[in-house]
Design a protein around this ligand. Structure first.
Ligand code: PBG
Length: 334
């Protein structure tokens, strides 16, 4: 970009002296079209549990979840992402509950689709809620997460969710080759329109802590980490390679996760591939702003709107955020 004129011919502040002119030259705008709301579902009826590290977010049983969705629809939220809390007695080494058609997620999807056929339902394809050790896959006797064995279970899980009516399956596990395996299985089983939202660049991040609390998974995982499959936060070329592979393997939309600390990755993937990119404004990012706002250190509404707008400006087409409900309410009442 070459700039030949300078001050005083150019005064950039001319375009900042009224809200009217600011709105005419505004480059990016956040709307309810950009929002996806992640939700935690628990077994049982009429159950609502607060999540200590995520003020304002609850685990809900499916009956209460439906009531919440009814409210979400009225404030123009068009998509939700479901995460299950699985009771310890249903967890296993082989994660069989992950593809039980009578299980919590498939049953919840069916109820949602019966009552709200138009809301997009995104489900997480990963085994961590279902394994006793809290890893996203099947492990060997040295606790190493096995790639190809895990993919076989992920494929069953993706088919099970599609069968139940999920619109979008979102593999968040980072196994190599899971996208092509899931895509082939969806094609072979007559689900040609099920969309795959691939967590292409999912980093081994400390910002997932509150989410693991929400799933009651922190104890299962113990001191172990996910560094043998999630990406090293130091790398960005690698994210482009992962994204390219996922597109070739049949992903429809790519995801970058976390979002706030990884805006460069969102930008690069969008610039390079010109394909839909979503960003996951994860639990720890939510908790940080919530905690600072609750302490009176930050203005919550302004900080959240600036954060989500920045994620959009970096190139995200949509944002998964625990702030989505608040944001939709704020955008509805200017
Ligand atoms: C696991 C999964 C995680 C999140 C979504 N899916 C956590 C992890 O990888 O341990 C984190 C989301 C968040 O922090 O909000 N498949």
């Amino acid at each position: 970009m070459q700039i030949n004129q300078s001050y005083p011919l150019v005064r950039k502040r001319r375009l900042r002296d009224s809200s009217a002119i600011l709105s005419l030259v505004c480059e990016n705008k956040l709307t309810t079209d950009d929002l996806i709301y992640p939700m935690f579902v628990i077994e049982g009826k009429n159950k609502k549990q607060d999540i200590k590290s995520m003020p304002g977010i609850c685990r809900l049983s499916s009956d209460l979840l439906l009531k919440e969705i009814e409210r979400l629809v009225t404030i123009d939220i068009k998509a939700i992402a479901l995460f299950p809390i699985i009771s310890q007695n249903k967890k296993s080494l082989k994660a069989k509950e992950a593809y039980n058609q009578q299980g919590l997620i498939p049953q919840t999807i069916k109820e949602i689709k019966k009552n709200f056929p138009h809301i997009l339902v995104i489900t997480d394809i990963a085994l961590d809620p279902y394994t006793i050790h809290g890893q996203d896959g099947i492990i060997d006797n040295k606790s190493y997460v096995l790639n190809d064995e895990t993919i076989q279970v992920l494929v069953q899980q993706a088919l099970c969710h599609s069968e139940a009516g999920a619109d979008i399956v979102a593999p968040s596990d980072m196994m190599d080759g899971r996208i092509i395996s899931i895509r082939r299985a969806l094609e072979a089983n007559n689900f040609p329109l099920t969309k795959i939202l691939s967590y292409s660049a999912k980093y081994a991040s400390s910002f997932y802590g509150p989410f693991r609390d929400a799933l009651n998974n922190s104890e299962n995982l113990g001191k172990a980490n996910k560094n043998t499959y999630q990406m090293n936060p130091a790398n960005s070329d690698e994210a482009l390679y992962e994204a390219g592979m996922d597109i070739q393997e049949g992903a429809d939309i790519l995801m970058v996760k976390p979002a706030m600390m990884y805006l460069d990755i969102v930008y690069k993937i969008k610039q390079n591939f010109k394909t839909p990119v979503f960003a996951y404004n994860v639990s720890g990012e939510y908790s940080m702003i919530k905690a600072a706002s609750n302490a009176g250190f930050l203005d919550e509404k302004k900080t959240v709107l600036e954060t989500l707008l920045s994620i959009k400006r970096a190139g995200a087409d949509a944002i998964l955020s625990y702030h989505s409900k608040d944001v939709a309410l704020w955008l509805n009442q200017p």
